[in-house]
Design a protein around this ligand. Structure first.
Ligand code: MN
Length: 329
């Protein structure tokens, strides 16, 4: 028999389809701090995967009407052993921390806070914000750097166009652009908007593993479709990432990468450490500072410290689990 169609469509058989090279990590919804507990979509860490490079935590949120969610109101809380990376698509967040840094987190500008041995900070969406939309990420510090002094970096990268896409590199290097922001392990962080019907091959470091978080629309990564809020994971060994937007809408993603972290870490609440005892000490120290420093007592060398300019009380640490915390790697 023969096809009787007089003008048959050219069919493209997708040679990538049978291979599921890409692990799809689905988000779970978690309430964040705030009056009405603004919901966030958490894709890292999860049972299936804890880290992508040194990226160890990924919350994606919005676009949310802050009249409904109450916006972001996160009172002073401590961190150790990590860097926080704040990236907004819409809205504005006021950042304050115990190093004295006071900054506005704005769309397209990266704010990277190094907790190192210890920091306390607050994050509050500004009164002018009507829609909040962004991602909050953490980067684990390697053992050699995790006791470093706390610090804060801000950088406003310039977006640039390649064929069918717009790229903003906020950490590491991609497509000829390099971020000056300092990290303690090689990392990649970029926002990419891919035009409808576009195939975007990206040269990347083959020693990196990569994650693709879909913020808006849908993309296909090495033959696997990723929908909004999903995180696709690709192992090291790829010198070119093959991203395709098969849809009729623009697709916006965050591309994350780094070499496999290689160290087992313990994560509990806002702390990254290496042992259960260390996590217990971090928690006790924070509770001690709440009971002393945050009540007006003097402390010459606190581990975390006060957050200058924040009006209101700190967030107490939750109760520790009765069984020791398991390491993640
Ligand atoms: Mn925080």
């Amino acid at each position: 028999m023969s096809d009787l169609e007089t003008a048959p469509d050219l069919l493209t058989c997708n040679p990538e389809a049978p291979h599921a090279e890409v692990e799809v990590l689905s988000p779970r919804e978690v309430p964040l701090g705030g009056l009405r507990a603004m919901p966030v979509r958490r894709t890292l860490p999860q049972r299936q995967r804890s880290l992508i490079g040194a990226w160890c935590f990924l919350d994606h949120y919005g676009p949310d009407d802050v009249d409904v969610t109450g916006g972001m109101v996160v009172a002073p809380h401590p961190h150790t052993g990590l860097q926080t990376v704040s990236w907004l698509f819409e809205g504005e967040i006021e950042h304050r921390d115990s190093t004295g840094a006071h900054a506005m987190v704005r769309p397209g500008e990266v704010n990277l806070m190094t907790a190192g041995q210890g920091i306390a900070h607050s994050e509050v969406s500004t009164t002018g914000t009507t829609t909040l939309h962004g991602a909050q990420l953490w980067v684990a510090l390697p053992d050699s750097a995790r006791h470093t002094d706390p610090g804060f970096q801000h950088y406003a990268p310039t977006p640039f166009d390649v064929d069918g896409a717009r790229i903003t590199v906020f950490l590491g290097s991609l497509a000829g652009d390099t971020s000056p922001v300092l990290t303690f392990t090689p990392l990649l962080g970029a926002e990419i908007t891919i035009d409808p019907g576009t195939t975007l091959p990206l040269d990347v470091d083959a020693t990196f593993e990569h994650g693709v978080l879909v913020d808006d629309g849908a993309v296909t990564l090495h033959g696997t479709r990723l929908d909004r809020a999903e995180l696709g994971y690709l192992t090291p060994g790829h010198a070119v990432l093959r991203l395709v937007n098969h849809t009729a809408q623009p697709a916006r993603i965050l591309l994350l990468g780094g070499p496999p972290f290689g160290e087992a870490i313990l994560m509990w609440w806002n702390f990254v450490g290496r042992s259960n005892d260390e996590i217990i000490r971090f928690r006790e120290q924070w509770q001690h500072e709440i009971a002393t420093l945050y009540k007006g007592a003097a402390d010459v060398a606190p581990q975390f410290g006060l957050v200058p300019g924040y009006v209101g009380g700190p967030i107490p640490a939750p109760t520790l689990p009765s069984v020791p915390i398991k390491p993640r790697r």
